[in-house]
Structures are given as structure tokens and as C-alpha cells.
Design a protein around this ligand. Structure first.
Ligand code: GDP
Ligand code: MG
Length: 302
């Protein structure tokens, strides 16, 4: 029996401004429409992993929206989460739109790319829509982004070099096991982001009252079709007196937090959200490693 070829696997962070063709490329590689393609700049901030299982490799594609000028604190938090997705990846693929020179929307992706320490690839997309005569100048403009990165010119839509690029990515991934069952093609991590958004909403409503004493856990995130979700979450505080503050007189504070969090989750997910919040006292959770891990906080970097 011939030796089976080495199996490779890894996470690939797709970074790029809205509208450069990230979703189109993911869908083309997956052979199905899992990510929403929109002719308008991204309307939702939904973060998604798509899993591509090939005979000798598993590629987990992480679509990370690159925000320019987040509108508010919460936007910044989502931007940070998107950033951590690229920090955790084995390979960073930055995508740009060849039909225009790098612009202010590309800045976030360029910075993410320049900061990345992993293998970095650049895909210049929409080759089909660029007149040949404009190509040399445009290519030169993008070379400055990262002079030593490997650059691919592709058309996610028409297919130019689409498969070659995927083969190159597989070649660059480390040997490793399949992380997901082969039949699984997608995983949203809306749930994690929702927990973060609820905590952020609580912080913003409570202001100075209890700065860092609130943790959140999403107990249930039930997607209802493509457009709805029922979310149940718990806010943890350290002391009974803090619980009283978080609930507020007649429940006024918890309602405010809930309304703000719901709006943010709806914005992130593009879903209509029904949100239910509970408050529990968990003494000293901030200094309790086990409690922190149970709440889903990653260990502090040492
Ligand atoms: P995302 O915001 O980066 O995920 O971008 P989308 O995949 O939603 O694509 C944004 C727009 O660019 C859509 O109208 C796509 O049809 C279009 N688009 C994506 N790839 C290509 C391509 O290779 N050529 C052309 N001409 N248009 C493309
Ligand atoms: Mg997209």
C-alpha cells in the first residue's frame, strides 16, 4: 500500500477591507454559498469560519472584517476580536481590490498584514475587471504594501488562479490533523462575540460604578433560521451589592444593558435577537483561575 501523503491543516485569516471579495473567494473555494456576498460594503459584522476539507488537508478560513474607524467602543472591541483571529492563524491572506489603488479602507488590512509574524500572502482580486494597460501601475502600488510578500493576482469571480492560490496555501500549512469532522463546513463564532458585546454593554451602562467586576457567559445561543436568534446570558459580579447595582432600581439598569447589548448583537449578526440576561454573584471571580476558565476567558499570556 502506498504511504498516505502527509495531512496538513491550519487556520487561514482572511484580512481585507469590506467589498474586496473575501466572501466571494471563500464561497468559490467551498463550492457553495456560505458567506454573504454583497455589492454594498458589509452590512453585518458576522464573523465566520468556513472549513474546507480536501483529501490531504483541512483549511479553516476565518473571515475577519477589517474595520476602518470603528464607530464606537464596541466596534473597537469587535475589531480587536477580528484582530485576534489573525493572530491565532497559521497563515494570513490579505485581499485587495485591484480595480483601485490602496485606499483608506485598506489601511486596517495593511496594518494587520505588516504586524503579522506568520506566513503572509497577498491576493489582488478582480483581475477580470482591470484593463491590461492599468495592470503594471496598479501592481507597483500594491508592491509597496509589503515588498517581500508573495503576491497573487486572482479573480475570485471568474476563477483566474483561484485554485492555484488554494494549492499554495495548503502547501504552506503545517502538517496536522483535521480539526473538524469532514462534513462540517461552517462555524460561526457569534456566540463568543455576543458574550463580549454583552460585557461591553454592561461596562458602558455602569460606567465608573464597577469597572472590571463584570464577566459574561452566554448560556444559550439558539439560531432561529438565518435571521433570528435567542440568546440567554449570565452576568457575573463579585458581591451581592454589585448585583443590586447591575439590576438597578426596579430592574432599570439591567433593562438598559439588555437593550444596548441586543442592538449590538443584532448589528454584529444581522439577526433579530431576543436577549435574556441573568445576574449572579460569583465571589472573587477575577482572581479565580478556574472560574475564569469556566467563563471562557483565555489564560493570561505569560
Ligand atoms: P467582501 O466584503 O470582501 O466579503 O466582498 P464580497 O465577496 O461580498 O464582494 C464584494 C463585491 O465584489 C460583490 O459585488 C462581488 O460580486 C464583487 N467581486 C468579488 N470578487 C470579484 C472578482 O473577482 N471580480 C469582480 N469583477 N467582482 C468581484
Ligand atoms: Mg464578506
Amino acid at each position: 500500500m502506498p504511504a498516505s501523503p502527509l495531512f496538513r491543516s491550519g487556520f487561514v485569516a482572511l484580512v481585507g477591507a469590506p467589498n474586496v471579495g473575501k466572501s466571494t473567494l471563500m464561497n468559490a473555494w467551498l463550492g457553495q454559498s456560505l458567506a454573504a456576498v454583497s455589492p454594498r460594503p458589509q452590512t453585518t459584522l458576522r464573523l465566520q469560519r468556513c472549513i474546507l476539507t480536501l483529501p490531504a488537508a483541512q483549511v479553516v478560513l476565518v473571515d475577519t472584517p477589517g474595520y476602518h474607524r470603528p464607530r464606537h467602543q464596541l466596534g473597537k472591541r469587535i475589531a480587536r476580536m477580528a484582530e485576534s483571529a489573525s493572530t491565532d492563524a497559521d497563515l494570513v491572506l490579505a485581499i485587495f481590490d485591484l480595480t483601485h489603488a490602496p485606499d483608506s479602507d485598506d489601511v486596517v488590512a495593511i496594518e494587520q498584514l505588516q504586524r503579522a509574524t506568520q506566513v503572509r500572502l497577498i491576493a489582488l482580486n478582480k483581475l477580470d475587471a482591470l484593463p491590461d494597460s492599468a495592470l503594471p501601475t496598479r501592481l507597483e502600488a500594491y508592491r509597496h504594501v509589503l515588498p517581500d510578500a508573495e503576491v497573487w493576482m486572482i479573480s475570485a469571480r471568474r476563477g483566474d488562479h483561484r485554485t492555484d492560490l488554494l494549492e499554495r496555501i495548503v502547501e504552506l500549512l503545517p502538517p496536522g490533523p483535521a480539526y473538524y469532522p469532514p462534513e462540517q463546513v461552517t462555524e460561526t463564532y457569534e456566540r463568543d462575540v455576543a458574550a463580549e458585546l454583552i460585557r461591553a454593554a454592561a461596562m458602558s451602562c455602569l460606567e465608573q460604578e464597577l469597572p472590571h467586576s463584570v464577566a459574561t457567559r452566554v448560556d444559550e445561543y439558539l439560531e432561529r433560521g438565518e435571521t433570528g436568534a435567542r440568546v440567554q446570558a449570565t452576568l457575573f459580579v463579585e458581591r451581592p451589592s454589585q448585583k443590586a447595582i447591575v439590576i438597578g432600581r426596579g430592574g432599570e439598569m439591567i433593562r438598559r444593558i439588555g437593550t444596548l447589548a441586543r442592538q449590538e448583537i443584532e448589528l454584529m449578526s444581522g439577526r433579530k435577537v431576543y436577549l435574556e440576561l441573568h445576574v449572579k454573584v460569583l465571589p472573587g471571580w477575577r482572581n479565580d483561575d478556574l472560574a475564569l476558565r469556566r467563563l471562557g476567558f483565555p489564560p493570561e499570556p505569560s
